[in-house]
Design a protein around this ligand. Structure first.
Ligand SMILES: *Cc1c(COP(=O)(O)O)cnc(C)c1O
Length: 445
């Protein structure tokens, strides 16, 4: 019978751990050895054999190595969710990455005007381009869309009333709830209508001399179906403008290209909202726009000017890396190569045959089968909408355990388990990552 007394002491193990001590220091090494011995002690009590000293040192080394990995690191997204909020939303285009590298690795004209050699404005870099591609009179960039909504309500509605439909009191996730943001901004929220139906006369009846705005929030991540009614934007605009009020629309995803081109439902397009007369349209930079995290605000120049003068503007301003990446992303829309160059759109537009060819190549290297499945756009856009795809289902005994092992691989591969099968969707895996995916799958065997 193995006994606990046969377990080596920490001192004994330290003799074989010189390299670990040199790399990680005495205290961390001792702690890791102790953790390995504690684990072995529990296993021995349950009847396991006493592990060799080398095995315990190896386990401590693995633990030390794992805990010194950065917590923020690249992963391979094989989930088929294109804008995966937990996996960092939109991957950037090559041009955006080049621009970030060029600006981030040195000095730049962030707030410098080359000709006179004096102080310039950081505002000028992205805003003209943003106005151009959306058709807006003016534009502004902040840190994220939540900040944009907070700023707009604070600057334009604070202390006055904003009317919003009960069907739009959404929670986006990450603790962003429209009613809470309204409260934080000091705007007084006036809810109208019912969850499923709101009519123009509901808004009309709520107008008072304290009303400052009508707010529209796109219920990005859910859909109410059945007996529903909402007011078309042009009608809201007509009502608001007849009373000298403004319409602020939070469209969320910020699509400039209609997903309906690819068999999905339509998302509200920023340029359509502006053309319909919305006074300010707010959206994210890192959802369907496919750029860096940012809050983009497009609309009337007098309103944008008021936002810029508000004290919060400084607290929510975008940094130089964001601006560099954003300008390069917006250039794709201006040039008309967004579908080819912006990863989010390239993945949405990926032909089914191309996905099938990739899945076939995986299946040629690893035992398993190819199954029809569904990719989703994600990022709180297009709820319930899917794109047909071909997923690879490697032959594994325990799909959940295999998925966990893929996550432990370097680099981690994030797959999903559905219908008791491990599924990997080529749509969200970059072609240059195929070899890494196969390595990770081979390591499962
Ligand atoms: C995603 C979303 C937000 C939050 O945007 P962030 O850029 O994540 O701050 C706000 N409103 C709507 C409607 C959204 O879809």
């Amino acid at each position: 019978m193995p006994t606990l007394r046969d377990l080596p002491s920490i001192d004994t193990l330290l003799h074989g751990s010189g390299e670990l001590e040199a790399q990680y220091g005495h205290e961390r090494t001792v702690a890791a050895l102790r953790a390995a011995v504690d684990e072995a002690r529990a296993a021995v009590r349950d009847g396991a054999a006493v592990p060799a000293a080398e095995a315990l040192v190896a386990q401590a080394a693995a633990g030390l190595h794992a805990e010194s990995e950065p917590t923020l690191r690249p992963v391979i997204n094989a989930t088929g969710v294109i804008i995966h909020t937990n996996l960092g939303r939109a991957p950037l285009s090559d041009d955006a990455l080049d621009a970030i590298r060029a600006v981030g690795g040195g000095y730049s004209t962030l707030e410098y005007d080359l000709e006179p050699g004096t102080r310039g404005k950081r505002d000028r870099h992205a805003e003209r381009l943003l106005a151009e591609v959306t058709g807006a009179e003016a534009a502004m960039v902040v840190n994220n869309n939540a900040a944009g909504v907070l700023l707009a309500l604070s600057a334009l509605v604070q202390g006055r009333e904003a009317i919003i439909s009960r069907g739009q009191l959404v929670e986006i996730g990450g603790a962003f709830r429209i009613p809470d943001v309204m409260a934080q901004s000091g705007a007084i929220m006036v809810e109208v209508g019912a969850t499923n139906r709101t009519r123009l006369r509901d808004y009309e009846a709520a107008l008072t001399e304290r009303t400052a705005a009508i707010v529209q929030a796109h219920p990005s991540n859910y859909r109410i179906v059945g007996f529903t009614e909402s007011v078309p934007l042009p009608d809201l605009v007509a009502l608001a403008h007849a009373h000298d009020l403004i319409v602020i629309e939070d469209v969320g995803s910020g699509a400039l290209i209609d997903p309906a081109l690819f068999g999905l439902a339509s998302e509200p397009l920023v340029q359509d909202s502006l053309a319909a007369g919305a006074d300010l349209v707010l959206f994210s930079g890192d959802k369907l726009l496919g750029g860096p995290q940012a809050g983009l605000i497009a609309g009337r120049s007098d309103l944008i000017a008021r936002l810029k003068q508000h004290p919060l503007a400084r607290a929510v301003r975008a940094d130089k890396l964001c601006l560099a990446g954003l300008v390069a992303t917006l250039e794709h829309y201006r040039r008309g190569d967004a579908l080819d160059c912006i990863p989010v759109w390239r993945m949405i537009a990926l032909p089914l045959e191309t996905i099938r060819t990739r899945a076939d190549a995986w299946a040629a290297a690893i035992p398993g089968e190819i199954v029809p499945a569904e990719s989703t756009v994600g990022g709180g856009s297009l709820p319930g909408e899917t794109l047909p795809t071909w997923a690879f289902a490697p032959r594994v005994d325990q799909p959940n355990a295999a998925a966990a092992r893929l996550r432990q691989h370097t680099p981690p591969v994030i797959a999903r388990v559905a219908q008791d099968r491990l599924l990997l969707d080529p749509r969200t895996v970059f072609p240059e990552q195929d070899a890494l995916v196969l390595d990770a799958l081979k390591a499962l065997a």
